[in-house]
Design a protein around this ligand. Structure first.
Ligand code: GRG
Length: 299
């Protein structure tokens, strides 16, 4: 199997699993589930669940244990995008190549769809923890859930989001911007890569290297996002470009300049990759390939 076949098969498996988990319940809840499904199945790149699966596989975890966590992480990521797009936050009209959730279903349903996805993510992880028959697996699953919660929560992604909201229309310095983006963007990549390693029961030095690598990957990812905001189009990005300059936001491009920002993406990616050197097998190479590909992504 070549590399792109492997990626396609894993991607399809994830899509099927996500579809299964978003099957709606009662007729009265129809709008809620439709709104949740609208954003979850809108064809995101699935970077976080792919990284969780590949890292966990490389270190010997089973798909059965990894898959629910991969799906939960994508649900958390999707909720964050729905809420980020709301008029009270970034007020965006397009996401994943289609109208944003609130543009289609209205603000109240979009808030609830985000809440629904977040809760479904934790239900999915908690069910998986409680289903484990072997105590070691139960402990690994509980530790992964706790770490993912911390990354997504008020000391992680949400901390980054409030700092971002509060810094609008103010020029940030590099350390403030790095704090915001590390929390907003790196944290869920850390949840993916360290989460996969924790589920595999990997040794501490391996887990620590993955966490560090994911942190750098997230910053490179965010700088690339800022570059695409300048260089991309609605067609290539699936959302409006130039939104940052319209909202007078400080970005890595506005602080570093475009060329230096590109150099930063390169050097952070190099550092992230060197921390992944020891990741074993073909699956380890997949993780390195994916991290490397993010540095020249076009959407
Ligand atoms: C609302 C609590 C809360 C948090 C929102 C993630 C986030 C925090 C805001 C998104 C703002 C943004 C565009 C950040 C840039 C990095 C990023 C997370 C981009 C979107 O992720 P991709 O490119 O998206 O992986 P897809 O759609 O492919 O999944």
């Amino acid at each position: 199997m070549n590399s792109s076949e492997y990626d396609t098969i894993l991607w399809q498996k994830l899509e099927e699993e996500l579809k299964k988990r978003i099957t709606r319940g009662e007729v009265m809840d129809h709008t809620l589930w439709e709104a949740m499904e609208y954003s979850l199945l809108a064809g995101g790149k699935r970077i976080r669940p792919m990284l969780l699966m590949m890292t966990g596989r490389s270190l010997g975890a089973s798909d059965e244990l990894l898959m629910p966590f991969a799906c939960a992480l994508e649900m958390i990521h999707t909720y964050s995008l729905i809420h980020d797009d709301l008029p009270a936050m970034d007020n965006d009209d397009y996401r994943r190549g289609r109208l944003t959730n609130h543009k289609v279903y209205g603000g109240a349903a979009a808030i609830l769809a985000g809440d629904g996805l977040l809760n479904l993510a934790f239900e999915t992880m908690a069910d998986t923890v409680s289903r484990q028959k072997q105590p070691e697996n139960m402990a690994k699953a509980a530790a992964a859930m706790s770490y993912i919660a911390a990354c997504a929560g008020p000391k992680g992604m949400i901390a980054g989001q409030i700092a971002d909201m509060e810094s609008e229309n103010r020029r940030l310095d590099l350390s403030e911007l790095t704090y915001i983006e590390f929390n907003k963007t790196s944290r869920l990549l850390m949840a993916a890569m360290k989460g996969g390693a924790v589920l595999a029961g990997a040794e501490k030095p391996v887990v620590d290297n993955l966490e560090l690598s994911a942190g750098k990957t997230g910053l490179a990812f965010q700088i690339q996002d800022d570059i695409l905001d300048v260089e991309g189009t609605l067609e290539t990005l699936g959302k409006m470009p130039d939104s940052d300059s319209k909202s007078a936001k400080s970005t890595f491009v506005s602080l570093y300049g475009l060329e230096n920002a590109k150099k930063q993406v390169e050097s952070l990616t190099k550092e992230a990759l060197s921390l992944l050197n020891g990741l074993p097998g073909d699956e380890g190479q997949k993780v390195r390939d994916l991290v490397e590909s993010l540095s020249h992504r076009e959407h």
